[in-house]
Design a protein around this ligand. Structure first.
Ligand code: ADP
Ligand code: MG
Length: 233
């Protein structure tokens, strides 16, 4: 079973992961209040559909020049305008197939000042029967393309279930992401949090693409794709 980005972030937040403030809405009327509840001046309007590639997607009902399913907005009016354009329309992405998916819910999120976009996923490594981090410095892009064009940029770090995420694992992850300073410090808490959330809620897959380093050096979970094992319910 898959859940929406905003629900995945709620779960991760409950485990202490750094996520942005955000408000889920289902009507244009709610967009202004949602934006007002956020600090600004940068907002992001994000389509909540069960498919990735939203940012690079397009809406069937809009012109080809119209923006995609994840949009930056620089004022409250801009949030409302984008919400009006997106709600009820059909978003087609590389993952939806040509029919696309209707956008019935938006997540209005605090905008982050991004320095780097990383790729961080957790899954059950079939070869070892253990949970593994699959990571790359090349985040925010289609990871299949990275796997195809530059597989050396993807690293797998398998976690020993008895030990959990050790200091040595954290060091490996920080090195794989090329993190230092505050970001490496944040990694020390974040990687065990992601692992704990994965184990405790019986996730089958957790994909954070991107995990970002912000211009202030802090880490933030910017996107979250979570699927659960059928029997976790
Ligand atoms: P998708 O993977 O479905 O395209 P993402 O949530 O990854 O959706 O968003 C696409 C891109 O939009 C990200 O790679 C990032 O560059 C940008 N983005 C998303 N959320 C924010 C945010 N809160 N602040 C700033 N930029 C964002
Ligand atoms: Mg993404």
């Amino acid at each position: 079973m898959n859940i929406h980005e905003y629900q995945g972030k709620q779960v991760l937040k409950g485990f202490g992961a750094p996520v942005a403030e955000g408000v889920a809405i289902t009507s244009v009327d709610q967009a202004e209040a949602a934006a007002r509840a956020l600090p600004g001046p940068l907002y992001v309007v994000k389509s909540q559909i069960h498919a990735g590639g939203r940012g690079k997607g397009h809406f069937k009902e809009l012109t080809p020049e119209a923006r995609g399913g994840v949009r930056l907005a620089r004022s409250i009016e801009d949030v409302v305008k984008n919400a009006r354009e997106m709600l009820g329309n059909t978003l087609v992405t590389a993952q939806t197939g040509p029919a696309g998916k209707q956008v019935n819910r938006l997540y209005i999120e605090d905008g982050a000042d991004i320095d780097r976009e990383l790729y961080c996923s957790l899954l059950v490594d079939r070869q070892y029967g253990r949970i593994a981090f699959v990571v790359s410095t090349e985040g925010g892009v289609d990871i299949e393309a990275v796997a195809h064009n530059s597989p050396e940029k993807i690293q797998t770090i398998v976690i020993d279930p008895e030990a959990g995420v050790t200091d040595a694992d954290v060091s490996r992850l920080n090195a794989a992401f090329k993190l230092d300073g505050q970001a490496a410090e944040d990694g020390k808490s974040l990687f065990p949090i992601l692992y704990g959330a994965f184990v405790d809620t019986d996730m089958a897959m957790l994909e954070v693409n991107p995990l970002i380093v912000m211009t202030d050096g802090r880490l933030r979970v910017l996107d979250a794709k979570v699927s659960f094992d059928g029997n976790a319910l």
